[in-house]
Write a protein that binds this ligand. Sequence first.
Ligand code: PLP
Length: 411
Amino acid sequence: MSYISEIDPEIAEAMELEAKRQDYKLNLIASENYTSRAVMEAQGSIMTNKYAEGYSGKRYYGGCEYVDIAENLAIDRAKQIFGAEHVNVQPHSGSNANMAVYFSVLEYGDTIMAMDLSQGGHLSHGSPVNFTGKFYNVVPYGVNKETETIDYDELMDIAKENKPKMIVAGASAYSREIDFKRFREIADEVGAYLLADIAHIAGLVAAGVHQNPVPYADFVTTTTHKTLRGPRGGMIMCSEDYAKAIDKTVFPGIQGGPLMHVIAGKAVAFKEAQTPQFKKDLEQTVKNAKALCKNLEDRGFTIVSGDTDNHMMLVNLNDFDITGKDAETVFSKAGIVLNKNTIPSETRGPFITSGVRVGTPPITTRGMKESEMEDVADFLKQAIDNRNDDSELEKISADVQQFASSYPIYK
Ligand code: PLP
């Protein structure tokens, strides 16, 4: 940090404070993780200086021979991990990746069927405040009221009735295994494209602890920074049939020059994702989520759908008579970082909510295992029990800091 301290002490200080915050807080945000130093080294490298519009071997700029190495490696490694025929690693984000897929095969006004934001879907799956909600006719689906899980028979009925041109499978807040094979059957029944958005579960898929949608979906999109533990960015996978259309939509369709330093970071992350350690960590992420789920239930918390199959869970806070928004603040005072989230039976708006989303990727990357999930559940329960007592919350925060510090992120 020496150069920044000299040139821009204000930013240096913000970075220092952020590093401390990450070290001392217990991060239960399901969509976050800690990348390796190697990934950060690539992202903070001289590759940021290079313009490389186009694709490897077909660039609109000279001097791309070395960034081509990075992009080719990222693509080859992603193909190996997920078994995809074609990969585009240039999307700047998960939303951009989704945009590229939509723009490749849909027309303005076409019908897409996707999980509603309030039920666990993502903004880019048809939310009215997102371009998807403005450009397309959106037919939302949710979870079954009783089971709080996806009801595939109901989805089939909705699809038959509305004949969407594309079905989106994937979510930001859904804790159960997604049956992509079943989604394929539904899409085939109505002649729809199937887009699997695995932004949240990509690391689990890479590690073989979640069904891989690549054999079933026409398009698979992901972010690279969540369970996949890479740099912030997006990626698209598809068969050769759609390769040209996807590449053309990403560039020059919706993006200019790719972020070559980020693509180098993606290549590094994909190499790491092929190691036995990554597989072990991702298996542990799911074991931790299951353990945390049980520990929270034992302490009186209600878990949406009663369990988790992946890296996260939704906690229904109605029994504690506190909103998700207030709970987020209470937990924050106790040194625990998570986010408010709507629950399937939601009666409140998205800024208030009746639940919180809890994820295990960051704490697993820090080295925590099932036994530590008892401590994490204890902290959450203590915080909720002392929600109206700021001095108690401060004491809990000190304990949380001591606990978190024993699991250093960067050793
Ligand atoms: N898709 C899903 C399912 C997500 O959860 C997210 C991010 O939370 C995205 C797409 C978008 O990713 P980004 O924030 O990189 O645009």
